[in-house]
Design a protein around this ligand. Sequence first.
Ligand code: SF4
Ligand code: SF4
Length: 488
Amino acid sequence: MDTGGPISTRDNIQGESFRDRMATIDEKGKRNWVYAQRPNGKFYSIRSYVSWVFFVIFFSLPFVNVNGRPLFLFNIPEAKFIIFGHVFWPQDFFIFGLTMITFIVFIILFTAAFGRLFCGWVCPQTIFMEMLFRKLEYLIEGDAAAQKILKRSAWTTNKIFKKTSKHVAFFLLSFVIANFFLSYIIGINQLEKIISEPISEHLGGLTSILIFSGVFYGVYAFFREQACTVVCPYGRLQGVLLDRNSMIVAYDYKRGEPRGKFKKNPAGETGDCIDCFQCVKVCPTSIDIRNGTQMECVGCTACIDACDKMMKGVNRPAGLIRYASENGIANGEKLRYTGRMKFYTTLLILLTGLLTILLLSRKDVDGTVIRTAGMLYQECGTDSVSNLYNIKIINKTIADIPLTIRLESTPGRIIEAEGRSISVPKEGQGKGSFFIVLPNNIITERKLKLKLGLYEGNKRITTLKTNFMGPIYRPGQGGKPTGKGNEH
Ligand code: SF4
Ligand code: SF4
């Protein structure tokens, strides 16, 4: 399935201009299992090193704490996120939303410039699949040819042993990954409790681990490349994100065509492609990169390594398949910083600036005060009016804070309906209700704007705004307020 449009080169090549199904699905709609040959070459070596860095980061980050907090936590059930040691709550949703928008713009810019570099080099799915599970599979079952033979062979002791070993190893690895994955959601301390305390106390946590393990095992043992070619939304967006100037893994059809077998064709009569199919045999998504940029290409560079090796073997220059843009291949142009990229860069700088301002002005203690729903005001004797309020406070610090509320810049009193101060636990929420009582003579509008200060001792932590509803005081009417309320 070509992405079509401007970046497809397939029309140029030997009349194979269209494919109406996934490379991994046959004409009857059945799955073509991919037996990818083990890549070997410069890019594969570098990718292996990158994967080791990734594994070190992935398996060590949950243990890193900053000021008693994990460096990263994505606690979706409790809607609590910790990023670089800073806690974000639902009240920070605008920061979260803006971060998402900034991230999407970054993805668009990055993809417009560098194609699927992310997928091939640092996407966790690719790294776990190609650098962990696939390597383990090569170790147990052998390279692609041996795997095919094993698949077709009868169920001998050898086959049962190899298949069982592989699936047990795959499940154990998935179990380990699931544990670490969960630690990014609930934190490593909670995970340790699930592991060390009686199962009956953590049935939910244990169930989550087993579900995650099952999903990872299913993905890496069976679903595999389909995660990239069928499920991943980023992969499916490539057709609109890439253009003729994007850097992609590309076949140089100008140099390679007309392709022909090396031995049969003397030099000069054919292009540099010797039609050895090595680039196809190593491809984890089973596509032929010579047919142009395709949705299934994850940019893994395995075909570059395979082709460079063949070129070396026939004494031709490397780079028949290489990182290049479509314009680079067609017209010999160098990679360019295009107007589209400049636009996205400007947008990204603006969004990042705005995000920085929001992050810097973010409060450690924040809250909301609203008048209790369904209640008007209450008259307190003949000279005052009260309103009932609910307050919700978020404490993003790592210390418990007892808070008191004071009316700022308005004469009046606060009567606490529940307790004398509101205790807000560290990284938690506190709530309460209270009355504000104002003298009639200061109620000059139906909705009077009030400022409330939240104090820890005598230190003001933050200021909140709310409205006070009451009858408007009219001195000309003998000092009596007008309007209806309840007696308090
Ligand atoms: S075409 Fe090449 S870069 Fe793309 S997925 Fe296949 S081997 Fe990897
Ligand atoms: S590996 Fe290179 S030479 Fe061989 S078929 Fe692919 S593009 Fe042609």
